[in-house]
Design a protein around this ligand. Structure first.
Ligand code: SF4
Length: 352
């Protein structure tokens, strides 16, 4: 469920979401990915119910600015390619986030930042606004404060709300950054609170509100998750993977992965390491080509320890299509005609 304050054209990345390649023609893959998902850090302050980070055994660290400069340098050769700062940690914990973003923008690379909205200050936000970061997406959970605190262990809803207001006020009348709010819900929570009320609460302070179903499949073996699995997994079907045609994942240490779903950078889910391997070489290389054959053109998910838990691009969005929430005054943007449109390879599905 996706609602815009001023229509999809106001979205800085609408050129991607509305392109034929995104919606219909992603195979054969374009010469370079639409998105490079780049991890500023895998440090995080929260312990969210749904997050695969709780199973991660990776060493903690931060993206080096020289490495980032080289990545943005290569991306600058491919106009239209954009970076999403996300990964298995909270980007605002990176001590040089404003420099990182300024560097991308100077290279001509558009930037979207994902954040849990817990650690922000006026100076950092002002620097990001001055460098004309394209989008900041705030991650909620559930549809109200109670649901938020249940899912986002360690987070404070009031602090998130306060920081959204701060970003909104500091931006003022400037067009950038586009502000968005994403939440995901457990199926049980949908019966207890209204998606429309969530939308009405935040649209206006932000420019886009997206609501999704929480993906628990990557943490389905954890005891605290299991009570919610039966309802959350109802009707899941396997779908062909579109992520491997549209985006590339780069971890803070330069590891290039097939997608953002593996919290442990397993070698069988990895193309190589930047800069020894360039992004273009990884995109065109044999490991990713084989992965496209395996899960993008066939349903060979069971052969991969990561993909066997993946039910992206399924009928989970049908639940929302059946909701009777009327269009907001600002209008709604329906899901696209194929899975890529309804699931824009968004790491938020499992990774805040
Ligand atoms: S884990 Fe899912 S998104 Fe990632 S490559 Fe496998 S099927 Fe695609």
């Amino acid at each position: 469920m996706l609602t815009y304050l001023n229509g999809p054209e106001s979205d800085p990345f609408n050129y991607i979401y509305s392109s034929d390649e995104w919606l219909y023609g992603y195979d054969p893959p374009r010469p370079f990915p639409f998105w490079v998902n780049l991890e500023p850090t895998n440090h995080c302050q929260l312990d969210c119910l749904f997050c695969s980070r709780q199973k991660s055994t990776r060493r903690l660290g931060f993206l080096d600015l020289d490495l980032a400069r080289a990545i943005f340098g290569e991306m600058s050769l491919w106009p239209g390619s954009a970076v999403r700062l996300a990964g298995w940690g909270e980007p605002f914990l990176h001590p040089k986030l404003p420099s990182l973003c300024a560097m991308a923008k100077e290279a001509g690379v558009a930037v979207k930042i994902y954040t849990n909205g817990q650690k922000m200050d006026r100076r950092t936000l002002s620097a990001l606004i001055d460098s004309e970061v394209d989008e900041i997406q705030f991650s909620f959970q559930g549809l109200n404060e109670k649901q938020y605190h249940f899912n986002r262990v360690g987070g404070r809803h009031a602090r998130l709300a306060q920081n959204i207001e701060l970003a909104h006020d500091l931006r003022g009348r400037r067009p950038r950054p586009f502000l968005s709010a994403l939440t995901s819900v457990l199926a049980d929570e949908l019966a207890q609170a209204s998606p429309q009320a969530f939308c009405d609460r935040w649209l206006g302070l932000v420019d886009k509100v997206a609501i999704d179903l929480t993906n628990l499949n990557f943490v389905s073996d954890l005891p605290r998750v299991q009570p919610f699995l039966p309802r959350q997994s109802e009707g899941l079907r396997r779908g062909r993977c579109v992520d491997v045609f549209l985006a590339l994942e780069v971890k803070y240490d330069g590891t290039i992965e097939f997608c953002g779903q593996d919290a442990n950078s397993r070698p069988e889910h990895t193309a190589g390491r930047f800069p020894a391997l360039s992004l273009k070489e990884a995109w065109d290389g044999e490991p990713l080509a084989a992965q496209r054959d395996r899960v993008g053109r066939a349903l060979g998910h069971e052969s991969s320890p990561v993909c066997r838990n993946c039910y992206h691009n399924t009928n989970k969005y049908d639940l929302f299509k059946n909701l009777s929430a009327g269009p907001s005054p600002a209008g709604q943007s329906p899901a696209g005609p194929n899975p890529a449109g309804s699931n824009p390879t968004d790491p938020e599905g499992t990774n805040p």
